[in-house]
Design a protein around this ligand. Structure first.
Ligand code: F6P
Length: 345
């Protein structure tokens, strides 16, 4: 394919490494292929409302190490907008755009996959700190979130040990416990609660009692925000809906900690890490992954590989049908959970 004009958007929750993707697309696209680029602001909103900015080489200089996204992001779902696909096609025509590179997670790429099936040329790039997107081993942003959570677990050991406390640390992970699992294993946590395995609070307390009687006077419990108790075993969390109609998670540990304190008598404290896990500079892994994904995405678009998503399999960057983003969520497999379980209590 000859020279093309490509639109770029970043949608859904921001994460470290998005700017590395944008930079690599533009650097290779302009420098090697002679393409031109248009950035759309705030995800699909920018395409629907034609809120666009020209992306040239100077506009992507100095952004590799910066968190967030220079294009802004939103959870706008074009499938819910009146005449969404027609408006997208109109915006692309206005700018003479041949296709879009869509950098997103479940919602943004899910919309992209459906819109691509209706004839809009789209290449996908997978990102989410949650790492739960199907079709790729790893998503951009995950390793930075894991590092932030691991650092927090390390730091919480000080107070846990000094005060003989149980420190409950809540990390992100809406449907899947990838961040929690990695941070628990890397940080040497004593208990792990993830959405894939509803927890029995009495079982949790049994492990903690065993540890406190046998070896230690403090514990660290890592809880993914989406973790849920076995129904009927303790109070279940209730969440309000956010502006896009999804439950606004966060706070399960405020139910877990008092239960542990009540049942064991050990003093408990809660730390909810929240958006700090998505902020700041990407770790080296996310800069490299974002760069490799960006290079592969622009290669794919140049080759006319629309309707596909770049993906990491082992050490390789490949591509898969974009519809894989619509597949069953990539949960933490049982054998990885079993490995972490060895260190419980
Ligand atoms: O999907 C990524 C994620 O960070 C989830 O772990 C979390 O539940 C959600 O985004 C929070 O989104 P928001 O920024 O809308 O609060």
């Amino acid at each position: 394919m000859g020279v093309v004009r490509i639109g770029i958007l970043t949608g859904g929750g921001d994460c470290p490494g998005l700017n590395a993707v944008i930079r690599a697309i533009v650097r290779k696209g302009v420098g090697v292929y002679g393409h031109s680029f248009v950035g759309f602001r705030d995800g699909w909103r920018g395409v629907l409302e034609d809120d666009a900015v020209e992306l040239d080489l100077p506009s992507v200089r100095g952004i590799l190490h910066r968190g967030g996204t220079i294009l802004g992001s939103s959870g706008t779902d074009p499938r819910r907008a009146d005449g969404g696909v027609d408006r997208i096609v109109r915006t692309l025509q206005t700018h003479g755009i041949d296709g879009l590179i869509v950098i997103g997670g479940e919602g943004t790429l899910g919309a992209g996959a459906e819109i691509a099936e209706r004839g809009v040329p789209i290449v996908g790039v997978p990102k989410t700190i949650d790492n739960d997107l199907p079709g790729t081993d790893i998503t951009v942003g995950f390793h930075t979130a894991v590092q932030v959570a691991t650092d927090a677990v390390d730091r919480l050991h000080s107070t846990a040990e000094s005060h003989d406390r149980v420190m409950v640390v809540e990390v992100m992970g809406r449907h899947s416990g990838w961040i929690a699992l990695y941070a628990a294993v890397a940080g040497g946590a004593d208990m792990l609660l993830i959405p894939e395995h509803p927890f029995d609070i009495e079982e949790v307390c049994r492990h903690l009692r065993h540890r406190h009687m046998a070896t230690s006077s403090f514990s660290i419990v890592v809880v993914a925000e989406g973790a849920m108790p076995v129904p009927g075993t303790m109070e279940e969390p209730r969440y309000e809906l956010d502006e896009n109609g999804f439950p606004r998670l966060g706070g399960i540990s405020y139910l877990v900690a008092p239960e542990i304190e009540k049942r064991t008598g050990y003093g408990c404290r809660v730390t909810v890490l929240g958006h700090v896990q998505r902020g700041g500079s990407p770790v080296a892994f996310d800069r490299v992954l974002g760069t490799r994904f960006g290079l592969a995405a622009v290669d794919l678009a140049t080759a006319g590989g629309w309707g596909r998503m770049v993906s990491r399999r082992g050490q390789d960057v490949r591509d898969v049908p974009l519809t894989e983003a619509l597949g069953p969520r990539k949960d933490v497999p049982l054998d990885l959970y079993r490995e972490a379980e060895v260190f419980f209590g």
